[in-house]
Design a protein around this ligand. Sequence first.
Ligand code: FE2
Length: 346
Amino acid sequence: MSSTETKVTPPDSKNWLPHGGSHDLVTFEPRNYGDWRDEFHKNGCVVIKNVISPERAQYYREKQIQWLKNFELGFDENDESTWTEAHLPVSFKGGMYFAYGSPHEKMAWEARTEPAVINIFETLWETKELISSFDGMNISMPRRKDLRWSPWPHCDQNQRRKGMQAVQGLLNYAPNGPKDGGLMLMKGSSKLFDEFFAQKRESYNHEDAPPPEMEFMDLFLFNDKDVEWFKERGCELIKVNMEPGDFVLWDSRTMHYACLPEGDQIRHVQYICMTPKRFASPEALELKKQCFENYIGTTHWPHCNIRPTKEKPMRGDVVCPKDRSEPFEKPELTDTVLKLAGVKAY
Ligand SMILES: [Fe+2]
């Protein structure tokens, strides 16, 4: 096996190149790593076990439950009759939270700065100089009766970006078996990204698709035929089962979606994504700084397409009266937090 150095190409000079010009940011030469990276580079996804302890996972579960209760909407984790929209803050797809300053809650930054979490991305990208996305969390109640939900297979990389440019992850806090909801992945689909998009493809007009004016530049929704296209080429749609403290990584070109829990267990997850700081332009870093200082979220992209999540949480046509622009618990501004936020130099 070769141990060739990782090649680095200078990043795009803009936050987003709207009309072409994207290219590989890193080329990973074939080599034998002798760790989880072998599986990751083969399949485009991998589960890494015991990244945090079960006790630490429980701490985060309790923090997330407390966060739901902080809204004082009558939510009670022990009373299923309160597991409804009226008693919960506004979420996307039944449990993803991006508003209310939640991407900058202390618990979110604590998760991002878990040494073993950072180590995953340092190992993957072979640098200690990383920046993090300001991504959301997922707290999903099982057996919700007030939800209209359908699968929404998608990938989070624009077809004009080629190669592996972002790798997403989630830190799992709760037991996550076959009935417990979780992450669905089309294993192997990242490898077919270029082939699939070699012809003109239209993003599926899913009922939950964000309107085009929201400009989610790195979102493509697949229709049923597209799903079959990948299966016919040997890809497998899998439900990722995990234990508290496990972490799953997937290449952003991978088709995926989150499915709702059907058993008894509440799903608890923090989405985490880090990429090398050198990928980010000064403009992207400036925009990130503004997001960080104002407790605004981004997509999962840490280094480009810094799209401030400014949408208000809506209850029908009305902004949620509990809307807020700051976390309940502000993060401690440690050196690590500031560096990962992109606001402090390495
Ligand atoms: Fe996604």
